[in-house]
Ligand binder design. Structure first.
Ligand code: FAD
Length: 518
């Protein structure tokens, strides 16, 4: 059975037993990638259960260095998590709810530690939101059963998606493998079930205060980032300024985007030199903002209850957010896609290159292709990259360099502040033509044309590649081919590491050979 089915079975089979468990001394919410008080389904459910029973609500978060390692969580993302936890702890304290954060070195010890904490707190009910990665689903399935045996009820709820995976199927009853019909079905489903976009209030302040019984938990502190994920002092300052933490910052960014930008999204979204997109992905990934809240705010500006009516740019932005749901549905249905395997088996036979010098040049932004280098340097400096550039650099790695796309996928996870397993895998699968609903393999981005089209004035390139700052006009897109070679060389900017036309032919041949050798 798929991991998602394992968890659903565990929840179904223990349902009756869990219903009969009486609330004891506390109700607990376990935070994961849902670091907010507003519009948080499981937190709200925990709060209601605590209020109803007249017991305190306690919350916890477990930092696992081994989990960070296994998920390739980037240091910038870990830093963001820790900062978000500090803000969340303060917000919850205002509601007399403690947030207890503890480091558990080994990931296999997490379930046992949870059980110990629940027993220590005399808690009978645990609530948490579902994560759709394989390891998490399997862990939660086991934990639901183990806790039920100890007379503790665990609820695992759908929250990071608007429509739960498995809900939407094609006429033949299968998961959609193409986004456009899936999105049509997603919109129709949300229209038919408007409660899916209802927002959950933050926990009410009317349950018993935890201040007396759980005084120590209020006094506990959020630990520093584990040693395997520390950042430098310089980086810490930079990331703090660029990515302010907490749900209020997320809400501010959302409001500002909806006020000033969303109406022009279609025109601006592909231009990396402009701030035409929301930059909210870091908050969606940390869970400091829910996609429901964002979709609702955008939709309401359209003064309609329909997601596919009104201003075209608003509709477009909503449909981009829905990609998050799409890739989570894919992950739940075809977990192997996120386990280093291409969606279609014949794509497993492509002979990838593992040229270390080429890969290093790509990582460091020294390929001699200015748009690629600008994008990689943006990623390395700020922990985020514009979507158009993610597609350009991913295509460049997989096709121009013919390097195994999984190396790029990992590098992204290790450097993005918004690293999301499902979306990252989906993006790489698209660009390398090996995923679900991919770019056809024979469509190979020409980096020069992409550069001229999406960074027409070279503003983005000049910002991130200082060696090319003084290069005038169109030469900025291709300094060595357009007469600016000596100037670029003097400043230390490298010559192109491959020649696009030849690289394109090589990629086409390798893809063709791989597919037909199945
Ligand atoms: P906006 O344009 O403002 O879009 C709003 C939100 O919609 C985003 O915050 C994001 O949550 C969602 N979204 C938009 N486009 C996509 C998409 N193609 N797939 C999934 N969700 C989307 N996104 C991640 O959140 N985490 C990743 O690890 C990630 N890795 C990617 C890797 C590759 C190779 C590619 C091509 C795309 C990847 N994306 C990833 C998708 C997309 O690039 C980012 O979500 C987007 O750039 C974030 O910027 P924004 O918040 O300004 O987006």
């Amino acid at each position: 059975p798929r991991p998602m089915e394992l968890l659903n079975d565990a929840l179904d089979e223990t349902f009756q037993q869990r219903q009969e468990i009486k609330v004891k001394g506390a109700v607990v919410h376990w935070f994961k990638n849902d670091l907010r008080t507003a519009d948080n389904r499981a937190l709200r459910a925990a709060s209601e259960a605590a209020s109803k029973a007249g017991v305190p609500l306690v919350t916890m978060y477990l930092v696992s260095p081994e989990d960070f390692e296994a998920h390739l969580t980037s240091p910038v993302r870990v830093d963001f998590t820790i900062r978000n936890l500090k803000v969340l702890k303060e917000e919850l304290a205002k509601l007399d709810i403690p947030l207890y954060v503890e480091t558990v070195e080994k990931r296999k010890d997490i379930p046992g530690r949870i059980q110990e904490l629940l027993e220590e707190w005399d808690a009978s009910h645990l609530y948490t939101n579902m994560e759709y990665e394989v390891d998490e689903l399997r862990r939660e399935a086991k934990l639901v059963r183990a806790l039920a045996e100890k007379d503790i009820s665990m609820d695992v709820m759908h929250d990071t998606v608007v429509v739960p995976p498995g809900t939407l199927t094609t006429g033949a009853g299968n998961q959609y493998a193409v986004y456009t019909p899936w999105y049509r079905a997603w919109v129709a489903h949300v229209h038919a079930h408007p409660h899916l976009l209802e927002l959950f209030d933050p926990p009410a302040k009317n349950h018993v205060s935890a201040r007396t019984k759980f005084k120590d938990l209020f006094a506990s502190r959020v630990p520093d980032a584990p040693a395997n994920k520390r950042i430098t002092k310089d980086e810490a300052e930079r990331f703090r300024a660029l990515w302010p933490a907490g749900e209020h910052e997320a809400a501010k960014r959302l409001e500002m985007f909806c006020e000033e930008k969303v109406g022009k999204y279609t025109a601006a979204r592909n231009l990396p030199a402009e701030t035409g997109t929301s930059s909210l992905s870091a908050h969606f990934s940390a869970g400091t903002l829910s996609t429901r809240t964002a979709i609702r705010m955008a939709r309401d500006r359209n003064k309609t209850k329909k997601l596919n009516a009104g201003n075209e740019s608003i509709q477009r932005w909503i449909s981009e957010i829905a990609w998050r749901d799409f890739y989570k549905h894919v992950l739940a249905r075809w977990p192997y896609v996120c386990m280093n395997k291409p969606f279609k088996p014949e794509y497993a036979n492509i002979s990838w290159s593992y040229d270390a010098a080429h890969f290093a040049a790509w990582c460091e932004g020294r390929t001699g292709f200015p748009i690629v280098d600008a994008a990689m340097r943006q990623l390395n400096h700020v922990g985020w990259m514009h979507n158009r550039c993610r597609m350009i650099v991913a295509s460049f790695l997989a096709k121009d360099l013919l390097i195994d796309w999984r190396m790029g996928e990992k590098y992204f996870m290790g450097h993005l502040i918004d690293g999301d397993f499902a979306s990252n895998n989906g993006g790489w699968g698209f660009a390398a033509s090996v995923g679900v609903d991919p770019q056809p393999y024979f469509r190979i981005f020409n980096p020069l044309l992409q550069s001229e089209k999406f960074d027409p004035d070279g503003e983005y390139i000049r910002k991130w590649v200082p060696e090319l700052k003084g290069v005038k006009g169109d030469a900025v897109h291709e300094p060595y081919g357009r007469g600016a070679g000596p100037e670029a060389k003097k400043k230390g900017y490298p010559e192109p590491i491959v020649e696009h036309k030849g690289a394109r032919e090589r990629a086409l041949a390798a893809y063709k050979k791989g597919i037909s050798s199945d």
